[in-house]
Design a protein around this ligand. Structure first.
Ligand code: NDP
Length: 289
């Protein structure tokens, strides 16, 4: 099968590599050097122009937000072929993706939203969890391709539902990172060793991905790698909050989490990692880890 892959960032680069094991993959990236490197290192075809990706039976986008996806759709619309499946793996906005799907349908192109979870390590190891919104037939087509990227592939519902559940689960994670950081800081202020506080948390009911995997390296070892941009996480929580707003739902903790993440983004800048919000938790208390 031919696959046009657009967006070779932290996630897209390894995802396209796995797809190239079984398919002919044509890669395009805004910064061309990354696509050249991908082609050189993984035997993928370098797109001369973005419209070359329209030769794919499947087109995959892995971009920051639905806005960039829509811009790419605009650039490719006149080159698209009937029967193509567009898989948008971006963590996007369900309202925008429904409009995009309708626009593509006019050109005979099917669309599924297929955001992923599992971080860069999941993309590297092809162990992502992938949540898909689309018709059952399009889901099956997408699954047949994305099985090279993930172990767990779930059909969530119609177009938009993959994007919806993705931003909701990331909001759960955001709130968890924040409250865990607050409580660990308090433990430290109370004279409890951080390693001990984490050991107890992870042996008890406060345990989470944040306490087990994300915070120990940063808080104890002082290593703060960039694996998932805070800008992307903030975008996800903002989409979740806007969905709640549309539904007139009462979600005070989600609203607060959104405010805290947006304020942290202003403070830390768009190249910060999302777990760096723990630094803001400390700063708000006049201290550091
Ligand atoms: P990166 O910032 O690493 O990569 C973004 C990609 O989009 C790059 O290829 C970049 O090109 C391209 N891009 C940015 N702006 C434009 C534009 N205006 N036009 C065309 N291309 C553009 O992001 P990630 O790979 O980390 O994330 C991608 C998506 O996956 C996001 O929606 C994110 O929320 C989601 N996600 C990320 C996870 C992670 O752990 N990183 C985990 C799960 C989901 P260039 O190289 O030129 O900058």
């Amino acid at each position: 099968m031919k696959i046009g892959f657009i967006g070779l960032g932290a996630m897209g680069f390894p995802m396209a590599r796995h797809l190239a094991k079984e398919h002919e993959v044509i890669v395009w990236n805004r910064t061309r050097e990354k696509a050249e490197r991908h082609s050189r290192e993984h035997g993928t075809m370098l797109a001369g122009d973005i419209t070359d990706c329209a030769a794919g039976d499947v087109i995959i986008t892995m971009l920051p937000t639905s806005k960039e996806v829509d811009e790419i759709v605009d650039r490719m619309l006149s080159s698209l072929r009937k029967g193509t499946l567009w898989i948008d793996a971006t963590s996007g906005d369900p309202n925008v993706s429904r409009k995009t799907a309708a626009r593509l349908a006019e050109h005979g192109v099917a669309f599924v939203d297929a955001p992923v979870t599992g971080a860069t390590v999941g993309a590297e190891n092809a162990t992502l969890t992938i949540m898909i919104g689309g018709t059952p037939e399009d889901f099956e087509r997408a699954r047949d391709v994305l099985r090279l990227n993930g172990k767990t592939i779930i059909h969530v519902g119609p177009v938009g539902s993959g994007h919806a559940i993705k931003v909701l689960t990331n909001s759960i994670m955001g709130a968890t990172v924040w409250i865990t950081s607050e409580c660990l800081l308090l433990a430290k202020e109370l004279g409890i060793d951080l390693k001990t506080a984490l050991a107890v948390t992870n042996a008890g009911s406060g345990r989470s991905n944040a306490s087990e995997n994300l915070l120990p390296m940063r808080l104890v070892e002082g290593k703060w790698p960039l694996v998932f941009k805070l800008a992307h996480h903030d975008k996800d929580i903002r989409i979740a909050a806007s969905l709640a707003h549309e539904l007139h739902a009462s979600t005070p903790l989600l609203a607060l989490t959104q405010q805290l993440f947006s304020a942290s983004l202003h403070e830390l800048g768009d190249q910060a990692d999302y777990i760096e919000v723990a630094k803001i938790v400390a700063r708000m208390n006049g201290t550091s880890w």
